[in-house]
Ligand binder design. Sequence first.
Ligand SMILES: O=C[C@H](O)COP(=O)(O)O
Length: 248
Amino acid sequence: MRRKIIAGNWKMNKTPSETVTLINELKPLVATEDADVVFCVPAISLTTAIEAAKGSNINIGAENMYFEENGAFTGEIAPNMLTDIGVKYVIIGHSERREYFAETDETVNKKVLKAFEHGITPIVCCGESLAQREQGVTIDFIRTQIKIAFVNVTAEQAKTAVIAYEPIWAIGTGKVATTEQAQEVCAAIRVCISEIYDEATAAAIRIQYGGSVSAASAAELFSQPDIDGGLVGGASLKPDFGKIVNYK
Ligand SMILES: O=C[C@H](O)COP(=O)(O)O
């Protein structure tokens, strides 16, 4: 039985001081022993967030990371800068990074490899556009994203990875995928992982759904056989996130 993992993606929201306030507010609400809870916060707030989350079950993750060790990459964050302060998770290849910051399947793969090299768990994002869904190419597209993201990743590494399936048309739109749509794609991702590796790897890897997850939709989504939790945007900034984490 896979352990659920419910992560908040704060995106570009909250200053460092607002971060302390929000973590203190959410701490008692997200307390659970039944799932891993991760808050992915802006880079400038990581240290503050780690300090504020001390003594709680909240893990702190980054929203992005660069794939080089160090050097002339102005504005980027190296993997050892994250591990040095105790960051355990990093979101990689979010659709907003792909759309606005030119990330590609290839850079996603480089970042995934680099995260594993440094012992950081990647939350690898994939997801189709509305046009792709309407063209009937969703599964083909997602399979390509997954296959490239996992090039040269070992089975042992893949077993510890997290994949977030986020249909782009459902992000921040209030238009959550139906439970059937979300389960269908998450199941297809698991099949893809079993083809790349084996059944054991497919059974171990955790697959989240993301896209307008709310307190109202979490229970049904997270009880699907291939959905192991969620990557939550807007609702992760509100007390509602407590209800999502304790969805049962
Ligand atoms: O990473 C999170 C997703 O982009 C979902 O965002 P949302 O819950 O605001 O739709």
